[in-house]
Structure formats: structure tokens, C-alpha cells
Ligand binder design. Structure first.
Ligand code: NAD
Ligand code: GLY
Length: 359
């Protein structure tokens, strides 16, 4: 078993990673009569029994609370329904909440855990690659609001994160790809060693080779843990480097109205555009742009579009909550392993967007 610690003083916590770690739930959780497991019907069907099995030797009662699947469930309405169900089942301040699922369940269940009775113990059991390498680590929990994604949220660190990599075997490739886009992002943020490892072992990552995926998930958790330690509340700009590829990516996702482009696909295109911006500002060589395009293509992620409304992307970027109107702010690369937050002139953004239009 691998263990990564997120060191945040009294809020420090371990991330346990191995092929099958469900049993650890029953060993790590004690002194309570019951636990709430927030999940969705599909994930419960796949892994609910494993969670129950983990508590078999204990006197702890396991109560499942199911939320239908989908991003639209990350809402105050769903949170409210969960508060009612928890209260109806007499859940008190010391009864833990376990979130079993992808980023939607982790964000929603974590938000409920952070607010129900002013905060109850919370354990993340992420079951998608994106949740394992990103959303379950770092304590950002939130629900969406009609005016914006993740608009209502808190910073609430879990007691521990339990990653069983076997869950990735049932994950459709469509969702797995989104996680790989984030893994590739970490490669460019972290440095040459991890990036070269990914270049050599990408096919094994895609096949979910046990040894390789263990190393990759551990490395990503280490990177996110160190960034979280430096800037837990996203104030100094250090945590904002995780947005590499996301400013353009979110804009593309929004203008495609979340239909034409899946999240991972939008982030892939966003990373390509933002690497072009980094290149055009003289920070990185064209070789780095091409290395990134090559990795993303090998995964089956898009790196170009047949057409694109540059104007629509530009106006969407200026609506982004992190942007300034005249000179939007981007997380860019000043080299492999050297990310930096920079203002970018519109002219460079336009030229870089045009680079991904390939008829
Ligand atoms: P998701 O939670 O919607 O899961 C994707 C799909 O996979 C769902 O249909 C789910 O039922 C299914 N699924 C989950 N685990 C499975 C498994 N092991 N086998 C088969 N199917 C499985 O999507 P996601 O990509 O995990 O998360 C996206 C969410 O994460 C977004 O809401 C995003 O805002 C959030 N996010 C949060 C942070 C953060 O720091 N808190 C970071 C990045 C993303
Ligand atoms: N996913 C961005 C962050 O955790 O800060």
C-alpha cells in the first residue's frame, strides 16, 4: 500500500492507495454506531457490497444514501434532500460521511459533510481516475448554482482518502480519458521525470496496468498534496497553477453548452491552446507544445477542431471568475515543471486559438 500525507497541521490526513483497499474502512473507522455512505445507484451496485463487507466485523451500521447520477445533482436541492435524510436517520455530529463515487459525489457529499451540523467527519472513496488524482484531494467541496459551477462551496479536508484502483476497471473509457487529461497536465506541471515516465508508459496507463497506475496515481496525489499544503485556500496563486488548460477548456466547454465536448476533451484542447500561448510568449519551445499534442493524441483526446468561434471563446474567458477583462490571467508553462500565473494580451490568445483550427 502507498500512503501520501497532506500536511495541514491539525487538518493533516493520509491518502491510502492500492489495488483493493475497501477493507481499510472497517479498520480506520471506529467509535461510532453508524456511517452514511453517499453514492449513486451505479456505483452502489458495483461497490456497495465491498463497503458493507468492510464493516462486517464491526458493530457499525452502514446506511446508503443514493443520489441520481449526473452533474446536475451537484445542487443545493440535492444537498437539502441529503440533510433531510441524514436528520431523519438521526445522524449526529460524530457520525462519519463516506463519499463513494466520482467527483460529483465527492463534491456534493463533501459539501454536505462540511455543513451538516457544522461539519461531520468525512472520508473520500473516489472511484473515477479524475476523482482519485484531483477532486478527492485538497478539500474543495461545492455545489453548482444557476449562475456558476461550484459557486457555493467550502474548503473541508477529509479525515482520509481511500483509493482502490480496481474501481478503474469498471470505469467507461469515456470517463477514464478525462482523468488521463489531468494526469498529463500534472506531467507538464511537475517536471521532466514524471513527464518522461508518462511518455514511456502511456499505453500501460490506458490499460490500467497495476504497477503503472499505482505509481501514476500516487505521483499525482503527491503533486496535488504539495500544492494544497502551499496554498490550501487558493489565495496565493500557487494552487491556481492547477488551472493549466482550464481557462480555455472551460470556455470551450461552456460555448459548446456541455454537449459537443466532454470535460476531458475540452481540457485537452485547452492545454494545447495554453501551451501555444506559452510558446508565443517565448516561454517554451515548440517541441514542448508538440510533446503535449503527441501525448494527448495517444490517449484519443482531441488536439484540434475543424472550426471555432474565436470571438465566442474570448467573451467567455472574460466572464471566467479568474479573469481580468482586458488581460485575462492564465496558468502557463515557463518550461516543463515550471508553471506560472500570467496576464496574456488578447492578440496572443487569438493567435493561439487559431493554432487548433485544422480543417
Ligand atoms: P462523475 O462523478 O460524474 O463520474 C462520471 C461517471 O462515472 C458517472 O456516471 C458515475 O456514475 C460513473 N462512475 C464513477 N465511478 C465508476 C466506476 N468505478 N465504474 C463505473 N462507473 C463509475 O465525474 P468525475 O469526472 O469523476 O467528476 C467530475 C466532477 O468533479 C465535476 O463536478 C467537477 O466540478 C468536479 N471536480 C472537482 C474538483 C475539486 O477539487 N473538488 C476537481 C476537479 C473536478
Ligand atoms: N482542481 C483545482 C483545485 O483543487 O484547486
Amino acid at each position: 500500500m502507498e500512503k501520501v500525507v497532506v500536511s495541514l497541521g491539525r487538518k493533516s490526513y493520509p491518502i491510502y492507495i492500492n489495488w483493493d483497499l475497501f477493507y481499510l474502512l472497517g479498520e480506520e473507522i471506529s467509535s461510532c454506531e453508524k456511517v452514511a455512505v453517499i453514492t449513486n445507484p451505479e456505483v452502489k451496485m458495483l461497490y456497495g457490497e465491498k463497503v458493507k463487507e468492510a464493516f462486517k466485523k464491526t458493530d457499525i451500521e452502514v446506511i446508503f444514501f443514493e443520489v441520481p447520477e449526473g452533474e446536475e445533482q451537484k445542487s443545493l436541492k440535492s444537498a437539502n434532500r441529503l440533510y433531510s435524510q441524514l436528520a431523519k436517520n438521526n445522524f449526529l455530529r460524530y457520525h462519519p460521511i463516506i463519499t463513494l463515487g466520482g467527483g460529483v459525489i465527492g463534491d456534493l457529499g463533501g459539501f454536505v459533510a462540511s455543513t451538516y451540523m457544522r461539519g461531520v467527519p468525512f472520508i473520500q472513496v473516489p472511484t473515477t481516475l479524475l476523482a482519485q488524482v484531483d477532486s478527492s484531494v485538497g478539500g474543495k467541496v461545492a455545489v453548482n448554482h444557476p449562475r456558476g459551477k461550484n459557486l457555493i462551496g467550502t474548503f473541508y479536508q477529509p479525515k482520509f482518502v481511500l483509493i482502490s484502483l480496481l474501481t478503474l476497471k469498471s470505469l467507461p473509457y469515456f470517463y477514464f480519458k478525462t482523468g488521463i487529461a489531468e494526469v498529463i497536465k500534472y506531467g507538464f506541471l511537475a517536471g521532466e521525470d514524471f513527464l518522461s515516465f508518462l511518455e514511456k508508459n502511456l499505453e500501460k496507463v490506458i490499460k490500467c496496468d497495476r504497477e503503472v497506475i499505482l505509481k501514476v496515481v500516487k505521483e499525482c496525489c503527491e503533486i496535488k498534496a504539495r500544492i494544497t499544503e502551499e496554498d490550501e485556500l487558493d489565495l496565493s496563486g500557487k494552487r491556481a497553477i492547477l488551472n493549466y488548460g482550464h481557462t480555455i477548456g472551460h470556455a470551450l466547454e461552456t460555448i459548446s453548452e456541455y454537449k459537443e465536448l466532454q470535460h476531458g476533451e475540452a481540457i485537452s484542447l485547452g492545454m494545447v491552446v495554453e501551451s501555444w500561448i506559452s510558446h508565443k510568449l517565448g516561454y517554451i519551445s515548440k517541441d514542448v507544445v508538440e510533446r503535449q499534442i503527441s501525448l494527448l493524441s495517444r490517449v484519443g483526446l482531441p488536439t484540434s477542431l475543424p472550426s471555432l468561434s474565436v470571438d465566442k471563446v474570448l467573451s467567455q474567458i472574460t466572464l471566467d471568475k479568474k479573469a481580468k477583462v482586458d488581460k485575462p490571467i492564465f496558468a502557463l508553462l515557463k518550461g516543463v515543471g515550471n508553471p506560472s500565473i500570467q496576464e496574456v494580451p488578447q492578440k496572443i490568445i487569438i493567435e493561439s486559438l487559431k493554432e487548433i483550427i485544422k480543417v
